[in-house]
Design a protein around this ligand. Structure first.
Ligand SMILES: *[C@@H]1O[C@H](CO)[C@@H](O)[C@H](O)[C@H]1NC(C)=O
Ligand SMILES: *[C@@H]1O[C@H](CO)[C@@H](O)[C@H](O)[C@H]1NC(C)=O
Ligand SMILES: *[C@@H]1O[C@H](CO)[C@@H](O)[C@H](O)[C@H]1NC(C)=O
Length: 238
């Protein structure tokens, strides 16, 4: 994604340089700054549109990563609940049909206990999600700031080249554009790099934490299952 952006921006600079030559050839037929302004406007428009696409792709990746983590938390919790639901149901039926067994637990307490323990298993994933929400939002804003800078370039550089009385003025405007574009290009590349680092690191951390959460919830399922099967045995003996 990043190299694609860089490629296109580099191409824009080359295109711009070509247009400069054309402009000098046709100089006599035009005013000093008209065509330059048009070229700069068009190039800035193309650059903004390319960068917008890149930003949208970045936002899509951020959204997918976020949905991935949310999905993992939901699936983990739902799976553990599903694994326990049979033994919880059986035990509850047994207790209800045998008034003599006097269980040391209630269904509500047990559900609360399971929910709390599973919540503990996915706690790290939850805080990873929060951190990612903030960091990725900031990274995206950084990238968008560079797009804004490109959009403002024609106006900014036109001010420098706006004097029709000064034949060098329009050259000043285009130098301004080329220099500013190169700088924005660099900043944009860095901000995209920063954003992809956040994505990669979050993916890796999420993978590790999903593994931990799976082990943790398997232990909860085992522990609660064992406890309930013991309760069933005691109930049958009473
Ligand atoms: C990403 O998610 C946010 C919030 O859910 C949404 O507003 C935005 O449109 C999504 N962006 C893309 C590119 O899918
Ligand atoms: C409820 O959770 C605690 C840990 O938070 C555990 O020690 C306890 O055994 C659980 N209760 C049941 C009925 O399993
Ligand atoms: C990229 O990240 C580094 C380190 O966090 C930071 O110093 C730099 O300002 C960031 N660059 C951009 C363009 O966001």
């Amino acid at each position: 994604m990043m190299s694609q952006t860089l490629g296109v921006l580099a191409l824009l600079l080359l295109t711009y340089a070509d247009c400069q030559e054309v402009r000098y050839e046709t100089k006599t037929e035009t005013t000093n700054y008209g065509p330059v302004t048009m070229v700069v406007d068009n190039l800035a428009e193309i650059a903004v549109s390319v960068s917008d696409d890149t930003t949208i792709q970045l936002e899509e990746k951020i959204n997918r990563t976020r949905q991935n983590i949310v999905g993992n938390i939901e699936v983990l919790t739902a799976n553990a609940m599903a694994e326990l639901s049979d033994v919880i149901y059986e035990t509850n039926q047994l207790v209800v049909s045998n008034p003599d067994c006097n269980p040391a637990w209630s269904l509500d307490e047990l559900n609360e206990n399971v929910t709390r323990q599973l919540g503990g298993c996915t706690e790290d994933l939850g805080s990873l999600l929060e951190d990612f929400r903030l960091e990725s939002q900031l990274a995206l804003v950084r990238v968008q700031e560079f797009v804004q800078q490109i959009a403002h370039l024609p106006a900014k550089c036109q001010m420098l080249g706006a004097s029709p009385l000064n034949p060098l003025a329009s050259a000043g405007g285009s130098v301004c554009f080329i220099n500013a574009m190169a700088e924005i290009n660099l900043g944009m590349a860095q901000s995209m790099h920063n954003a992809s680092l956040i994505l990669v690191q979050t993916h890796q951390t999420a993978e590790d934490q999903v593994e931990q959460a799976q082990l943790c919830s398997a232990m909860v399922v085992q522990q609660i299952g064992d406890y309930l099967r013991e309760e069933q045995d005691q109930c049958r003996q009473s």
